[in-house]
Design a protein around this ligand. Structure first.
Ligand code: GDP
Ligand code: MG
Length: 299
C-alpha cells in the first residue's frame, strides 16, 4: 500500500507506576498487538506494539529505564536519559490517576518537554471518581503545571473514552509512510529509532528552510562487542536542499552527526561510529533496496 495520505508516528506512555499504563496500552492496541523481539538491555525505547488503522500507523513505545526507588541520584539520571529519548517521539501520553496524584507525578511532568512533541494528558480511572465534578478542579490544577495539547479522561479498565483518545492520537500523527506491514512486524525497531534520531537532529537544525519531511535511511547497522557502526543516508529531493543540510563547510552535517551519535550511544548503550551521507533522490520510495534496508518486507 502506498499513498500520500499515510500517517505514522511514535507515541510514548509516561506515568508513574500503577496509574494504568499497561491496561491502557492493551485497550489501545486491542487484540492487534504485535510485539517485536524486545531488547530492553540494549535499547531504551522499547517497542510495545503497533496499531495500523487504515492510513494511520501508531507505534507505541515506552522506557524500560524508568525507575523510582532508593538511589534517587541514579534514578534521576536514568529517568533523564529515558525521558530524553521519549521527548523525541511524536506524541506523549502522560497518564495520571486523579485520586493518587502526588509529587512523583509532578517530578515526571517537569522533565517532559512539549517542544518537539504533542503531550496529551490522560486522566485514567475515572470510573473510581464518584463525583465527576471533582475532575474539574483537578484538571485546572494540573493544567497550571503544564500546557497540555489535550486533556482526556478515560477508564482503561472499563474501556471508556479509549476511542476518543485514539482519535486524538490519530489527529496528531505526522504524515509519513508506514514502517510496518499491517499485520507483521519487521525486526527493525533499532534501525527505525536510529533513523528517527537522525531525522530529528536534521529537522531541529534545518528548520523551515527545507519544508518537507526529511527521509533518513539506515544502510548499515553492524554490531561488534565494543562498537556499533551505522551508515545512514539522508535523502533530499533537490540539490539545493542537499546544500542546506550539509551547511557551510559541512558544519551543519557535522553537528547533526555529533548530536545524533550522542543520543544513539545513550539509546544503544554502546560506542557508536556514525557515517552519514546526504543524497539527492527523487522518488526514493520506489527504491526497493533502500526500503528493505529499513525493514519494509513483502511490500
Ligand atoms: P502501570 O503500572 O501504570 O502499567 O499500571 P497497570 O496497568 O499495571 O494498572 C495498575 C492497576 O490499576 C491494576 O490493578 C489495574 O487493574 C488498575 N487499573 C488500570 N486502569 C484502571 C481504570 O481505568 N480503573 C480502575 N478502577 N483501575 C484501573
Ligand atoms: Mg505497567
Amino acid at each position: 500500500m502506498t499513498n500520500d495520505k499515510q500517517k505514522t508516528g511514535m507515541v510514548s506512555l509516561i506515568g508513574k507506576t500503577n496509574v494504568g499504563k499497561s491496561t491502557l496500552l492493551n485497550q489501545l492496541i486491542e487484540q492487534k498487538i504485535s510485539i517485536t523481539s524486545r531488547k530492553p538491555q540494549t535499547t531504551r525505547l522499547r517497542l510495545l506494539g503497533i496499531k495500523t488503522k487504515q492510513n494511520n500507523q501508531i507505534i507505541y513505545v515506552d522506557t524500560p529505564g524508568f525507575h523510582k526507588g532508593h538511589n534517587r541520584k541514579l534514578n534521576k539520571f536514568m529517568n533523564k536519559v529515558a525521558l530524553s529519548s521519549i521527548n523525541g517521539t511524536d506524541i506523549i501520553l502522560f497518564v495520571v490517576d486523579p485520586l493518587n496524584f502526588s509529587e512523583t507525578d509532578k517530578e515526571l511532568l517537569n522533565q517532559i518537554s512539549s517542544d518537539d512533541n504533542e503531550v496529551i494528558l490522560v486522566i485514567n480511572k475515572i470510573d473510581k471518581v464518584d463525583k465527576k465534578d471533582r475532575l474539574i478542579p483537578f484538571v485546572e490544577e494540573i493544567s497550571k503545571l503544564f500546557a497540555f495539547n489535550e486533556v482526556i479522561p478515560v477508564s482503561a479498565l472499563k474501556n471508556r473514552n479509549i476511542g476518543l483518545l485514539e482519535g486524538e492520537i490519530i489527529k496528531r500523527l505526522p504524515f509519513g509512510k508506514h514502517l510496518y506491514p499491517e499485520d507483521q512486524i519487521a525486526d527493525a525497531s533499532q534501525r527505525y529509532l536510529t533513523s528517527e534520531i537522525i531525522r530529528e537532529k536534521c529537522i531541529s537544525r534545518v528548520g523551515d528552510e527545507v519544508p518537507y519531511r526529511l527521509t533518513v535511511m539506515i544502510e548499515g547497522f553492524k554490531e561488534t562487542k565494543s562498537l556499533i557502526t551505522i551508515d545512514a543516508i539522508i535523502y533530499v529531493e533537490k540539490k539545493s536542499q542537499k546544500g542546506i543540510v550539509i551547511g557551510d563547510q559541512g558544519k551543519l552535517l557535522k553537528s547533526i552527526g555529533m548530536a545524533s551519535r550522542k543520543d544513539l550511544e545513550k539509546l544503544l548503550e554502546a560506542k557508536v561510529m556514525l557515517n552519514i551521507w546526504v543524497k539527492v533522490k527523487k522518488d526514493w520510495t520506489n527504491d526497493q533496496r533502500t526500503m528493505s534496508s529499513m525493514g519494509y518486507k513483502n511490500v
